[in-house]
Design a protein around this ligand. Structure first.
Ligand code: GZL
Length: 337
């Protein structure tokens, strides 16, 4: 074969080799979307790496909230979602400011856990006018259904009913109950209050002799329980707390008063945080109704679906259980929040 033709063939194969290596360098089979750094959509649809999410979180008032925040941030990190996260320190005006900032930044989707049910219509309308979908996470807002795309969260009313059914068993249908209510005006407080009463209304010998808000915090829960004990003392047979943090604060107050929490005063609360399992192991709490905060992965999966115009149910309820002292020691190591 003529030398110059051989040289020509070598040149062609070298050029071909360089191009094919360059194509593979972009990912397994040269397809840009396999490249982990890819920011391109696949067939017109956004991927997690294209997603920019604004999230307005209520604050850090409880272990439940801390677990909820961790779940959202970890899921965003793992999926490569750009998360703009705001902690409102339990102030609605801070949440409204954050949502307006997300609109100005033209995020793809806004997630919000509304502190209270009311006060959202105008800022949600602004998001709608800007074409940015709103997903409610954890708590509901009392707004027309066209102002949000979907609600991902618990059935608080059922949580209240579950707590009441456990209380009926603990008190054998009779006794005086004091109640620590969650944040006034919040969906969980409203529904846990009503769900509990729906069940105990059928037990005339079970009476709620005092009810006040502990704002879902340990400090306030202890303070209000001290006041209940000053007012009613040994008359109190049981405590219903809308979350474990308030129950744990109340447990301290009951011990300082000289009574035995979980024995002299039965206690049922909601959330199922790790410290509640420890309190059950210590014999100071009689049951905790789970309210699942680990909503991060579900929220971002829903956000991507919504941004890609795929249908989403108006409400996606969380899966939840009730936990008792009998198996608290065995379950505690498995708990993630
Ligand atoms: C319930 C959540 C409540 C928790 C509290 O979904 O909004 O707020 O029960 C938390 O612990 O502070």
């Amino acid at each position: 074969m003529d030398y110059s033709f051989t040289k020509f063939l070598n040149l062609i194969s070298a050029v071909f080799l360089i191009f094919s290596l360059a194509a593979c360098g972009n990912g397994q089979n040269g397809n840009v979307t396999d490249d982990p750094r890819s920011t391109h959509s696949v067939d017109g649809k956004k991927t997690y790496k294209d997603l920019v999410v604004g999230y307005s979180q209520i604050g850090a008032e409880s272990e439940w909230r801390t677990g909820n925040t961790a779940s959202i941030k970890e899921a965003a990190e793992k999926l490569g979602v750009e998360l703009i996260f705001d902690d409102a320190q339990q102030k609605q005006e801070n949440q409204i400011k954050a949502i307006r900032s997300f609109i100005a930044q033209q995020v793809d989707v806004i997630g919000v856990s509304p502190l209270t049910e009311s006060g959202w219509d105008s800022v949600f309308q602004e998001a709608k006018d800007a074409g940015i979908p709103i997903i409610l996470v954890d708590r509901r807002a009392a707004v027309p259904e066209d102002l949000y795309t979907s609600y991902l969260g618990s059935d608080f009313y059922e949580e209240g009913r579950r707590a009441a059914r456990v209380m009926v068993d603990l008190l054998d249908g009779k006794g005086n109950i004091v109640e620590l209510v969650g944040t006034v005006g919040s969906a969980p407080a409203i529904d846990r209050y009503a769900g509990f009463r729906e069940v105990i209304k059928d037990y005339p010998d079970m009476k709620i002799i005092a009810s006040a808000t502990g704002d879902f915090t340990r400090a306030k829960g202890k303070e209000v329980m001290e006041a209940f004990l000053q007012l009613h003392g040994d008359e109190i047979d049981a405590l219903y707390a809308h979350n474990d943090d308030m129950a744990i604060g109340a447990i301290k107050a009951i011990e300082e008063y000289g009574l035995r929490p979980g024995v002299d005063i039965k206690i049922v609360s909601i959330d199922a945080i790790r410290d509640a399992f420890q309190a059950m192991i210590d014999g100071k709490l009689n049951a905790t109704v789970e309210c699942n905060p680990l909503l991060g992965p579900q929220f971002l999966e829903l956000a991507l679906k919504v941004v890609n115009g795929e249908g989403a149910p108006k409400w996606i309820p969380s899966e939840e259980h009730i936990y008792f002292p009998e198996n608290a020691r065995e379950i505690l190591p498995t708990r993630k929040y």
